[in-house]
Design a binder for this molecule. Structure first.
Ligand code: HXC
Length: 275
């Protein structure tokens, strides 16, 4: 069967950018066993790819980022199969979150339940004009169960998280931006007037702009910064400072660090190799 997650390596000036595309149009990218399997395989490829510097996660489906857990597939599962599936979904999210490279979610449509939780595992989020983010679980008489209660609380605090979860409300790009859930948004373009197809490319193009801004910076430095910042919110301050010191120590012996100093002296742009 066709791959439900497509990994694309960009070339030329964009070499180092990888795009991961959720591609299950018939079910609005709902997270099925098969999609999660493809997703995890792609993440494993990215994790050990030394040439991968920035990852953009997007959807190929108009008007949808990801509709969350596949509610139909789930209806036919035994309780044990449900547990196994939820475990592999949560593992996938941990694997996404712990990628060494920076990750950017381009959201231009519904990102609901597990779909929203997936985007919370990315470092940055960009909303397109059709973005619709929400945790509808309480309306299904369940609660967010793939990290949503923790990751959203870390991002925007407990009270804002409760407001979203208790109401099951869906947020468009403006409120998502105002609440600090997304880092950037693309405004409603003229071409989105009634009856016109969804503009799936706008958020992706903006996400690529962010990727291109990250791309020229020291690859080891960017990875180490991610690691240090991720520890900052999970450990006590003294351990956090220790971790920062250890991450800093990783960049000291790199050739790139010397290149950075040389380029500064010679008033030119540095060219980093990632070592
Ligand atoms: C299975 C789904 C699905 C889902 C949509 N589809 N969402 N199938 N699981 N989560 C299917 C529909 O049944 C339909 O199939 C087809 O995709 C098209 O969907 P439509 O609703 O017709 O499309 P549209 O009107 O464009 O609306 C898109 C949508 C809406 C906004 C995404 O489908 C929607 O609200 N879906 C449910 C989203 C949701 O509640 N997610 C939370 C899941 S709970 P047919 O066969 O009719 O064409 C969750 C918890 C995870 O994620 C926690 C784990 C511990």
């Amino acid at each position: 069967s066709a791959k439900e997650v497509i990994l694309t390596r960009h070339t030329g000036a964009d070499a180092g950018i990888l795009t991961l595309t959720l591609n299950r149009p018939k079910a609005k990218n709902a997270l099925s066993r098969n999609l999660v399997k493809d997703f995890r395989a792609a993440l494993e490829e990215i994790r050990f790819d030394n040439d991968a510097r920035v990852v953009v996660l997007r959807s190929s489906v108009a008007g949808v980022f990801c509709a969350g857990a596949d509610l139909k597939e789930r209806a036919g599962m035994t309780p044990q199969e449900v547990s196994q599936f939820l475990h592999s979904m949560k593992m996938a999210f941990r694997e996404l979150e712990s990628l060494p490279q920076p990750t950017i979610a381009a959201i231009d449509g519904a990102a609901l339940g597990g779909g929203f939780e997936m985007s919370l595992c990315c470092d940055l989020r960009v909303a397109g004009p059709r973005a619709l983010l929400g945790l509808p679980e309480t309306s299904l008489a369940i609660i967010p169960g793939a990290g949503g209660t923790l990751r959203l609380t870390k991002l925007i605090g407990p009270s804002q998280t409760k407001a979203l979860v208790f109401t099951a409300r869906r947020l468009g790009p403006f409120p998502a931006m105002a609440m600090g859930i997304v880092n950037d948004m693309v405004e409603h373009p003229e071409c989105m007037d009634e009856g016109k197809p969804a503009d799936q490319e706008a958020a992706y193009e903006r996400a690529l702009e962010w990727a291109r801004e990250i791309l020229p910076n020291g690859p080891v430095a960017v990875r180490m910064a991610k690691r240090a910042i991720d520890h900052a919110s999970t450990v006590d301050p003294s351990t956090g400072l220790d971790v920062e010191q250890l991450c800093y120590a990783q960049v000291i012996p790199t050739e790139d660090r010397l290149e950075g100093l040389r380029a500064f002296k010679e008033k030119r742009k540095p060219i980093y190799k990632g070592c």
